[in-house]
Design a protein around this ligand. Structure first.
Ligand code: HEC
Length: 131
């Protein structure tokens, strides 16, 4: 990560130090810098609407995860229809430190998830994983 940031800083530094200052060149530099800087951090997820356990279900968890994570012997011991089951895989207020969020963003469950589900789960955990 540090190496990536260092490389990006070097590129931005190099671009900023070009001597040609025509208006179109300045605009182009700004755009390139925006792309580089914008893609270097983690995406900002804005959590605005009220969130609850049922909101992650309707965001897509029930449809995308319920077939495996439900019934008599749910996969991985996680039943997505059960608040206590799902919240036991969550560190309240800390999405990055939650098994649930890790699994759907970079873990073995990522292929079953999507941005809508990820954002809903992120916001739910951030809000303290309310019932
Ligand atoms: C095709 C079946 C299937 C689907 C669909 C599926 N999972 Fe899983 N899930 C599994 C299996 C099998 C495991 C246990 C192996 C593993 O951890 O990879 C698991 C493990 C997990 C775990 C870790 C449980 C633990 O405590 O170790 C979480 C959290 C999880 N899934 C969440 C989800 C979410 C959220 C979705 C929907 C976006 C989802 N899964 C979709 C089969 C599935």
């Amino acid at each position: 990560m540090k190496l990536i940031l260092l490389t990006i800083s070097l590129i931005v530094f190099t671009i900023s130090n070009c001597t040609d200052n025509k208006y179109s060149d300045i605009e182009r530099k700004k755009i390139i810098q925006g792309i580089l800087i914008g893609s270097s951090g983690s995406p900002a997820i804005s959590c605005t609407s009220a969130t609850s356990f049922s909101s992650i279900g309707t965001a897509g968890v029930t449809g995308s995860c319920g077939s495996c994570h439900g019934g008599g012997s749910p996969a991985g011991g996680v039943d997505v229809s059960s608040y206590s089951s799902v919240s036991s895989r969550v560190s309240s207020g800390n999405p990055a430190g939650s098994v649930l969020y890790q699994k759907i963003t970079s873990g073995s469950m990522a292929s079953y998830s999507n941005t809508t589900i990820n954002n809903a789960i992120y916001c739910w955990i951030k809000a303290g994983a309310p019932q």
